[in-house]
Structures are given as C-alpha cells and as structure tokens.
Design a protein around this ligand. Structure first.
Ligand SMILES: *Cc1c(COP(=O)(O)O)cnc(C)c1O
Length: 335
C-alpha cells in the first residue's frame, strides 16, 4: 500500500530495528536509561537548550510544556489552526486549567503580531493572566519565516510572555530553509519535536527547554501517565532517526512537489507545497468513489473536505508516479 494519509504511518527500517534491539536500557523514571539520557543530551546540545525530556507522544509533550509554563488561571495565546488548540481535545483547559486564547492564523500560518498585541490582557481581576505565546512550525505544511519568528517571540518576551514552539515537524522547516537547528529554535523558551512523523521512529517526542521548565514538565509527565521504564528501546530509534533521517526529508519535499505538479496536470487545484504536505481540492461528490478507487489500486489517502496528501520515508518517487496514475485513471474515467 502507498499510504499518503500521514507521515505518522512510517514503519521502523531494518537498521532502526537493529538499533532498537541493541539499545542499552534502564528504568527511565529513575533517570537510569542510558539510551534515553543519550538522546536527551544529544537533542539539547543540537538545539542549544539546557535540557531535553523524552515523551511517548507529542500531545503529552505539548501539554506538559503548557502546564510547565502556565499556572491554573493563566492563559496561552495560540492559533485557531494550531495542534495544541484544535487537535489535542482542549487538554490544556481540561487537564491544565489553562485558558486558551485562540487567534486567527494568517494564510501563511503565522499569527499577526498586532493580533497578539491586542489579545494580551492587562493585569486586572476580570482577566486570565496572559502567560505564554504558542506557535507551530511547520503549520499545515507551511514554514514560518525566521523574520516572523524573531519578531513574534521578541514581542512576546517584551510583554512578559514566555514562548513555546510546537515543532512536531520542525525538521521539515530546518531542511527546507537549510537552517541550523539552533537558529530554528531561537526565540523559544521550549520546543517540542516529534520523532515519529517524518523522522520515522515508531514513537517519541522530545521537549527542549531550560532546567527549570524541564523539571516542571518532568513532574507533569508522571502525573499525565507518561513515565516510561525501559524507554531506551524507543530512544534508540529516535537517536537513529536524528542521525540518519533528517537530510532525507528533502526527498519527501521533492516528492510532494512532484505529486502536486502531477495533480495540477489532471486539472486539480493543488498549489505547490512548501514541505511534505500537498493540499488538493477534490469535488465532495467524488470523495468516496475516489477514495475507494485509489484503495483498489493500492493507495491510501484521506479524501475529504480538505484533502491532504503527505509524503514520507515509506513513499518513494516511483510510488508517487503510481499514485498519480491511479488519480489520473479515476479522473479520466469520471470526466
Ligand atoms: C502530530 C503532531 C503533534 C503530536 O501528536 P501525537 O500524535 O500526540 O504524537 C503535535 N503537534 C503537531 C503539529 C503534530 O502534527
């Protein structure tokens, strides 16, 4: 199957599985797992943070970060389209007693600094305390510019807010803009990085931050049920991914470009992608039939209101051509 539903569907490669099988392990709740410790040290150094902390999932890492930055009754400013606001069941409010202040995202995925400025509450008993600005990069496959990130994070800090970056796919931005990791994380007090998206590990997310933020997040991780024992098995996959699967993200980006170009050649609206996500307009009346047609020819895709096709480690250039033939076959017959 050619699975274009998400970059979360990747399976560990044989070499990654060998690294996992060979991992030195210990009890990570005691801080004893050498592979987890190695991964955390590597990531903290690479991104220029004091500390890093391994989590089973990105949702848990983001939530622990929000809870480390904010107290009960604080609020965080966040985009309407952001994962931490829209796709995490409102965990910050439900479990953290943190009020989200959602703000409209611009077409490029940013939140206008003027909008951030207008949303910061004065110190007044009527209002939640504005504590944190949370951004996401990449957001819906779009890369936020370094100039924007500098401006937004400097502004937040000037108003006394902390900054968190949901960098689930930050490596896609790093590869796209040919950025150094430290430059990509600059301006943020914490960054969450997924190892299980384009990097291809079976699970795992790293939270980066100061010793103070990471200590707090580590306490919350335990309360949130995320204290793992011999997690080195997973950390070894993450280390392998960080060492071997970053540069190759450019292949996913090239495959996404080729996919969008091929879809446009079929008369579909598929703007050139910035990273590994292609968005294509499919007439709603055709969604179910197209999905079934693609599946019958060996391609899985989430065809719906907003069709998103994602390239990754387990999709080759030849797979893209196969998927394009399946799309073409459907639209030629349907027309
Ligand atoms: C995938 C993702 C997460 C975390 O998701 P998990 O499935 O919990 O690991 C967070 N933010 C963004 C933007 C994501 O794409």
């Amino acid at each position: 199957m050619i699975d274009l539903r998400s970059d979360t569907v990747t399976r560990p490669t044989p070499a990654m599985r060998r690294a996992m099988a060979d991992a030195d392990v210990g009890d990570d709740v005691y801080g004893d797992d050498p592979s987890v410790n190695r991964l955390q040290t590597h990531a903290a150094e690479r991104f220029g943070f004091e500390r890093a902390l391994f989590f089973p999932t990105g949702t848990q890492s983001n939530l622990a970060a929000l809870m480390a930055h904010c107290e009960r009754g604080d609020e965080y400013l966040v985009g309407q389209e952001a994962h931490t606001y829209k796709y995490e069941q409102g965990g910050a409010a439900v479990l953290g007693s943190i009020q989200p202040q959602p703000l409209e995202n611009e077409a490029d995925g940013s939140i206008a600094v003027a909008r951030i400025a207008a949303a910061i509450k004065p110190d007044d008993v009527h209002f939640a305390r504005s504590r944190l600005l949370a951004l996401e990069n990449t957001i819906g496959g779009r890369v936020l510019t370094r100039a924007y990130l500098d401006e937004a994070t400097a502004f937040a800090h000037s108003r006394g807010l902390s900054t968190h970056l949901d960098g689930a796919r930050l490596f896609n931005a790093i590869v796209k803009l040919k950025l150094d990791e430290r430059a990509a994380a600059a301006g943020f007090d914490s960054v969450s990085l997924c190892l299980s998206k384009g990097l291809g590990a079976p699970a795992g997310t790293l939270l980066l931050g100061s010793a103070q933020i990471i200590d707090k997040a580590r306490r919350w991780r335990k309360a949130l049920g995320g204290g793992l024992r011999q997690a080195g098995i997973l950390a070894a996959a993450g280390l392998y991914a960080l060492e071997n699967h970053v540069a190759r993200l450019s292949v996913d980006h090239a495959n996404a470009e080729r996919l969008a170009e091929g879809l446009r050649a079929l008369g579909l609206a598929a703007p050139p992608p910035q990273t590994n996500m292609v968005f294509v307009a499919i007439p709603q009346a055709r969604a179910a039939a197209l999905r079934a047609h693609l599946a019958a020819l060996g391609s899985l895709a989430s065809i719906g209101e907003k069709t998103r096709l994602v390239t990754h480690l387990d999709v080759s250039g030849a797979d893209i051509e196969t998927a394009l033939r399946a799309f073409g076959d459907y639209f030629r017959r349907a027309n």
